[in-house]
Design a protein around this ligand. Structure first.
Ligand code: GLA
Length: 390
């Protein structure tokens, strides 16, 4: 499937630029399995890179010009490679320009410009991190094209920074870290305080379905940043209240929340409950996977969604429809929203042998409520970003 994307990209690159793409990198999208809005609270997440992603192709030029093309719509922008400026019209280009700026800061002004084009198969707005896939693939390809080495962690950090500073979304590191540290047939267990990213074996008799609701995924509209500010406010309260150091909500236990949340403003208290509970669910989830208890693991996913819905209020009717329906479908073990929330996709854990019938049942249940079926497809836990050429 991905190879077809690369073939199309190669041919579009050739006909637009009149030459071959010398360097190509691929970066996957991601699903978030447990641990919602915990990354910027220095907590834990279980996630996986998926078998959908973005290819970024580049060839250096003789002059200092950068030409960049979005391969799906063949829209092109041009800018000086040494000094990219934020675009108000071609917003998509800011993800790459931010990465170029980051590489320039790290490795110095480039000697040469480049021709570049990217193409992927992650549906935009699906909540599967097409933006992180674009950032990570562009960083790996552009670094390679200028002969520079960049570690996985630094590539992820550069992508996150591009998104924070060039698109205004104060996202955490989850999407980019999963995109670079993903491993086939494994989940990624991330600790966003220590920045350790470890593979966790994923049982082969279960798999994930992704249900794209097509509901609006409004991260850029400020809901995400507002949630983040609430968590930071709550962390400041706990830092002033508890008798041990609190740098982020990661340092607050569920029992401490129960004891003190009444003293905090009600909105911040409700919001804080979510990442605090999620951290505990991630740690419990890792143990359950080790023990092979996928049923209990699935129940944690349902609990996670309930917490999103009630405390963080980052679900929406469309996502709730999927999760409510999932609870009644044979073979489904768990379901929750994945990523920022407010729309996008739900991720469903299902016994592999029941995946097909469960997907059909989910689409039908969704259609009954919303008039059209949600897009449901199986995803595979896949390897992380890499240079695929040369
Ligand atoms: C989005 C952000 C991530 C993370 C998730 C929620 O995907 O980009 O950094 O905060 O939402 O867990």
């Amino acid at each position: 499937m991905s190879d077809e994307v690369l073939q199309v990209l190669d041919s579009k690159f050739r006909s637009f630029f009149g030459r071959e793409a010398e360097v190509v990198a691929h970066a996957p999208g991601r699903i978030e399995v447990l641990g919602n809005h915990t990354d910027y609270n220095e907590g834990y997440v279980l996630s996986a890179a998926i078998d959908k992603g973005t290819y970024f192709a580049v060839s250096p030029r003789g002059d200092g010009t950068a030409r960049l093309v979005a391969g799906d719509v063949m829209e092109a922008v041009e800018f000086p490679a040494a000094a990219p400026q934020r675009s108000e019209s071609a917003m998509w280009s800011n993800y790459v320009k931010g990465c170029v700026a980051g590489l320039n800061e790290r490795f110095g002004a480039p000697e040469r410009g480049f021709d570049a084009m990217f193409l992927g198969n992650i549906p935009l707005g699906s909540g599967l991190s097409s933006s992180a896939a674009l950032e990570c693939s562009s960083i790996l390809a552009l670094a390679k094209a200028r002969g520079a080495e960049i570690s996985k962690l630094d590539a992820a950090l550069a992508g996150q920074r591009a998104e924070n500073e060039w698109t205004g979304v104060k996202c955490g590191l989850l999407d980019q870290a999963t995109s670079v540290f993903g491993e086939r047939d494994h989940l990624v267990m991330s600790d966003f305080r220590t920045r350790e990213f470890k593979p966790v074996a994923f049982p082969d008799d279960v798999c994930f379905l992704v249900c794209n609701t097509h509901a609006k995924h409004a991260l850029v509209d400020g809901a995400y940043n507002e949630r983040r500010e609430c968590c930071e406010r709550a962390a400041r309260f706990f830092a002033a209240t508890l008798d041990h150091p609190v740098r982020a909500l990661r340092d607050v236990t569920w029992n401490e929340w129960l004891e003190h949340s009444g003293e905090l403003d009600p909105l911040a208290a409700r919001r804080a409950a979510h990442p605090i509970g999620e951290d505990e669910r991630v740690l419990a989830g890792v143990e359950l996977l080790r023990e092979g208890d996928v049923e209990a693991f699935g129940r944690l996913m349902f609990d996670s969604h309930r917490s999103s819905r009630e405390y963080f209020e980052n679900s929406c009717p469309e996502l709730d429809t999927v999760v409510d329906a999932a609870q009644k479908i044979p073979g489904v073990l768990g379901a929750r929203l994945s990523g920022g929330g407010f729309g996008g996709s739900a991720v469903v854990l299902v016994r592999r042998r029941d995946a097909e019938t469960a997907a059909a049942a989910l689409a039908a249940a969704y259609s009954k409520v919303h008039g059209t079926p949600c897009d449901t497809s199986a995803v595979m836990c896949s390897d992380g970003a890499r240079v695929v050429r040369p």
